[in-house]
Design a protein around this ligand. Sequence first.
Ligand SMILES: Cc1cc2nc3c(=O)[nH]c(=O)nc-3n(C[C@H](O)[C@H](O)[C@H](O)COP(=O)(O)OP(=O)(O)OC[C@H]3O[C@@H](n4cnc5c(N)ncnc54)[C@H](O)[C@@H]3O)c2cc1C
Length: 333
Amino acid sequence: MQAEIIIIGAGMAGLMAGRVLAAAGKKILILDKGRRIGGRMSSRRDAGLLFNHGAQFVTAHSPIFKDICDQAAAKGIVGLWPATGRDTAFSGQPSMRDIASFIGADLAIQQEVEIEKIDRLDKGGFTLHAKSPSENGSPHYHCQHILLTAPAPQAARLLQPLSQQLSDVAAGVRYAPSWIVMAELQQVPDNLAPVLIDKGIIGWASCEASRPGASPSGAVTIQASAAYSQKFLESPAEKITADLLADFARQHNNTSLNWGYQRAHRWRYAKVIQPAGADTPFMEIQTGSLLATAGDWHPVAASPIRPASGARAEEAVLSGHRAAHEMLQKMAS
Ligand SMILES: Cc1cc2nc3c(=O)[nH]c(=O)nc-3n(C[C@H](O)[C@H](O)[C@H](O)COP(=O)(O)OP(=O)(O)OC[C@H]3O[C@@H](n4cnc5c(N)ncnc54)[C@H](O)[C@@H]3O)c2cc1C
């Protein structure tokens, strides 16, 4: 399959870059190994319940992301979420993944395609090898330029045979893991806190019904604290579920909470705790072909949220935006 530019990753960085490049008339294709668009902007619908088990909310400090949030708000896709106690927190209405879908609308995207290896061709361009055949039956993709937006550890591995420099930058990035429990309260008590922050072993817990546009439900999404997630990273899901539900009950002084649906999810790479340096390279050119990287892990130096963390969806958007514009500039020169 041919495209001028292949973007690996349909998270916020890859989608934003795809939007910029497609708007400039470039033929792009986005490949993502996940079942659904959005990467860590993820929502799960199960047993008639909706859980947002990745990013809980987004903030928009930059004109670029503010503009996207305003456009999405005008279509009823995002709304302010006052229950967070912040006047700048936006949530999907009520699905966070819908924000990613909005950014990626009309882009050429293939899900469930995992790129295992990339070869650089002597005459310029790249061949990408997928783990399993794509829709057209071929496990190979060809393109002139690549933008890689996988989380840094996965990016480092793919970059290793192509660029020692870019691979080393990605290899220096560190993430905190996160355990998440999604569960349903069968009776919702009156004193239920819509959001809990940093209580006991809970880093963040959301009552999904408190999001803008949400229907009433007992769906609760609980994120373990970073310290707990690290300590019990390899523990069984049953232990994590029991610990977090017990702590949630303790925080509400209510030991008789009645739980129905329960499911745990582990993110090995949840939030960036050590991003790539602002002045480290994110692009190389060889034989007329660009190899670029973007993602929350490679935040933009001039961003209004720098020197924050690299742990925010907005940083992924700005990183994708920067990479796309740099690629356009280099392609034009
Ligand atoms: C539990 C949790 C809570 C969070 N809370 C917040 C919050 O409240 N607010 C906030 O702003 N941010 C939050 N974040 C961070 C935010 O979700 C991320 O910063 C942002 O979504 C990252 O976007 P990205 O495009 O850089 O990466 P991702 O979203 O990780 O996208 C990368 C994509 O690459 C794909 N991929 C990887 N390897 C391959 C391969 N080999 N082939 C094909 N595809 C591949 C993946 O499937 C993925 O879809 C949270 C994250 C987590 C996990």
